[in-house]
Write a protein of this length. Structure first.
Length: 581
């Protein structure tokens, strides 16, 4: 037995570890209490700096200590020379590197480093860029480091082209580098900005896992066309990696409509003016000016639905007698003071209503006009993606991108193919089938609105299209008849109240449980809701705000089986003389 090392039992080893851990914890708590007492007493000295350093070296995510440390450093700035402050902050940067080695994704450490670098009398930005390079080499998705790099680039004035080349290197070594694609999307609009006329091809339809920075920043066409080749190389190399596909969706971009008054509707009945804007606004803070026959009027504006504060549709009632006489002609002007834009509308004698809006030929609601070159390139991209789909028929990213390309090129011409691709998407990516259903519904509504615009009619029909959601309702302001039967709608949302000209609504054979959107529709006369899921009298309460409602069909709903429902409905909706239960 002599000369042999005595081995400790597992229990002994565990006990020693426990005692060592307790000892370290006791020291940590004692140091923490001492540090907190100093801060409570307002002490800002070297000892407090050392105490906080001991704590942060073992736990760099202690935000309160970083705050205390900054208070100390700010005080020391006032009592030391510039050279001493320089040395102090350089030591702080060295200490921070120690913290980052312990936790490269420590938010507190990166934030504090940015604060220190911004206060250094003579910062060494080249060193900071090199530090970012090292950490991104080890983890190219360290978003704290990416945030810090953006700060360094901004403060030091690094050329954008140089940063773009940096993303080239990272993407070249790893196509799956999502953060580099994202960073690239923030650089391109700065390096090669596009004009409003050279906007990207279509409105983006982002998912909950949306693609990088889907902002309205535009990139010039020449640069966009070059980027297509880069990203195509990436997704042909690894078709199942989502990073390049997301960036590709960003390149397809979004067509931002010009901020303007898109429509003014005037009705003698009720002496109402309804204004539609190209984006949701808050009339209470933005400010509109209404002029009738040369006279400014003080009116109260309200959104189509009381619960919607930012709305693209706003309504006002004119003072009694302003436009009620049908023998008189009136000229109205609505001015959007914030954007210095206005729209005129003439209400001719003998007319009960009038409106002024963009013509169908000038209206680019959901996509932008494509130049010949861009159209040719996108057509080529579509062919490439179609070829890839033949090799990877179950690739959801390829399927979705093909849909977006088809919509950028010609949404109506590719409607049949788009629906077929959505059906395949739901099968290959069943976990996101609800998202694809909503996106498909959105595209179908856009197509129907386009067809309605071209035909210049006020009837909107989307029957048996598997709609799961409603959108773009602000584009239906002038619609008088709408048919949404045989879909999968669960509710009529508050935005439905923007259909201020609606007279007849058919929504049979859905799964509707909520009628919240059917509020304050002044012209609504007939509502058919057969075979839905309305089960309570309170579900119908919104209809009490529709003064002209005369016909209501509730056959096939649970509420139709309730006892005394007819008498209760008669009391609640006295104007609805034609009740079908």
């Amino acid at each position: 037995m002599h000369g042999r090392v005595k081995l400790k039992s597992t229990a002994q080893q565990e006990e020693e570890k426990r005692k060592e851990k307790e000892k370290k914890l006791k020291i940590y708590l004692t140091t923490r209490d001492a540090c907190f007492n100093k801060r409570k007493e307002g002490v800002l000295d070297e000892e407090a700096l050392q105490l906080s350093q001991q704590l942060l070296a073992s736990n760099p995510d202690f935000a309160t200590l970083w705050n205390y440390r900054r208070e100390i450093l700010l005080y020391l700035e006032t009592v030391r020379s510039e050279d001493e402050v320089q040395r102090l902050y350089e030591e702080e940067l060295n200490f921070l590197e120690t913290c980052l080695k312990m936790n490269p994704k420590s938010y507190g450490s990166w934030h504090h480093r940015g604060w220190v670098s911004s206060r250094l009398p003579r910062p060494d930005w080249a060193r900071e860029l090199g530090l970012c390079d090292r950490y991104l080499y080890h983890d190219d998705r360290n978003f704290h480091c990416w945030d810090y790099r953006r700060l360094v680039v901004k403060m030091s004035g690094v050329p954008i082209e140089q940063e773009l080349q940096f993303t080239d290197r990272l993407i070249g070594s790893n196509f799956s580098n999502y953060s580099s694609w994202h960073y690239r999307s923030t650089l391109l609009p700065l390096l090669a900005p596009g004009s409003a006329e050279s906007s990207s091809p279509q409105r983006e339809c982002s998912s909950p896992t949306s693609s990088p920075q889907m902002h309205s920043h535009r990139v010039c066409e020449e640069r966009l066309l070059k980027e297509y080749e880069l990203v195509q190389n990436a997704f042909f190399t690894d078709p199942n990696d989502q990073s390049a596909w997301f960036y590709y969706r960003w390149l397809l971009g979004r067509a931002e409509r010009e901020e303007m008054i898109s429509c003014v509707y005037v009705s003698r009945e009720g002496e109402r003016v309804v204004v539609a804007f190209s984006r949701p606004v808050n009339a209470l803070s933005v400010g509109f000016l209404l002029v009738v026959d040369g006279q400014p009027l003080q009116v109260d504006w309200r959104s189509a639905h009381s619960c919607v504060r930012h709305s693209p549709v706003w309504i006002c009632e004119l003072p009694p007698g302003t436009i009620s006489d049908t023998s008189n002609e009136h000229n109205l002007t609505v001015t959007w003071t914030e954007k210095r834009t206005h729209r005129d509308c003439a209400l001719y004698s003998g007319r009960a209503e009038s409106w002024c809006r963009d013509s169908a030929t000038d209206l680019e609601l959901f996509r932008s006009e494509l130049s010949v070159e861009k159209s040719s390139v996108l057509q080529s991209e579509l062919q490439s993606c179609t070829q890839l789909l033949e090799l990877e028929p179950q690739n959801k990213w390829c399927l979705l991108t093909i849909i977006l390309l088809m919509r950028a090129l010609d949404p109506l011409a590719y409607e049949k193919e788009t629906l077929a691709h959505f059906q395949i998407l739901k099968e290959v990516d069943s976990m996101r089938s609800s998202y694809y259903s909503d996106l498909c519904s959105k595209f179908m509504i856009e197509n129907t609105i386009l067809k309605m615009e071209y035909a210049e009619v006020r009837v909107f029909s989307l029957c048996d299209k598997s709609l799961s959601t409603l959108c773009h309702l602000d584009q239906l302001l002038l619609v008088t008849h709408i048919n949404l039967s045989s879909n999968q709608l669960l509710r009529l949302p508050p935005q439905f109240a923007m259909l201020q000209c609606l007279e007849v609504l058919q929504a049979d054979n859905n799964i509707i449980e909520d009628l919240e959107g059917l509020r304050h529709l002044p012209r609504l006369e007939e509502v058919s809701l057969r075979n839905n899921r309305l089960s309570r009298l309170s579900d119908l309460r919104p209809l009490t705000t529709c003064p002209k409602l005369t016909r209501l069909d509730l056959r096939g709903n649970p509420i139709a089986q309730a006892t005394s429902i007819r008498s209760e409905l008669a009391d609640m909706l006295p104007s609805a003389t034609d009740l079908l239960l």
